[in-house]
Design a protein around this ligand. Structure first.
Ligand code: CU
Length: 135
């Protein structure tokens, strides 16, 4: 029995590192619409200049249960004085559980981003905007 526990622990250690789910995720943005609650999470709990990994989750506004929203996009825009807005979009892929997506996004500088999340699927079509700082 002891040997089995050691093996399971070793397995979890080897395969836990580098996996797409994080040991502890921190929520860094949440936005409620009429139908859904959109949540942004990551291991660091923030977006930084450079490349970022994060998770995007959708839950029902009614009962907080995960909701499959189908096709999802996340785009960001930053207003710059005397310049065209800086635009960055996320690469998103569905995670193993419904309503959860894993994303990467790259920012070339710091500052507040206007984030637009849009979805189109079984739960209907919608979009929401909110602000997230890049530190
Ligand atoms: Cu900028």
């Amino acid at each position: 029995m002891k040997r089995l526990i050691v093996m399971v622990t070793a397995f979890a250690f080897v395969f836990g590192v580098g996996a797409t789910s994080w040991a502890a995720e921190k929520t860094f943005a949440t936005q409620k619409t009429k139908d859904v609650v959109v949540t942004l999470k990551s291991e660091t709990g923030q977006w930084k200049q450079g490349k970022n990994d994060f998770a995007l989750e959708f839950a029902s506004a009614k009962d907080k249960q995960p909701v499959d929203v189908g096709k999802v996009t996340l785009n960001t825009s930053m207003t710059m004085s005397g310049m065209a807005p800086m635009i960055a979009g996320a690469t998103l892929q569905p995670d193993k559980t419904p309503g959860r997506y894993l994303g990467t996004i790259e920012f070339s500088d710091t500052g507040a981003r206007q984030v637009t999340v849009a979805w189109d699927g079984p739960a209907g079509k919608g979009s929401t905007k909110f602000s997230v700082p890049v530190r």
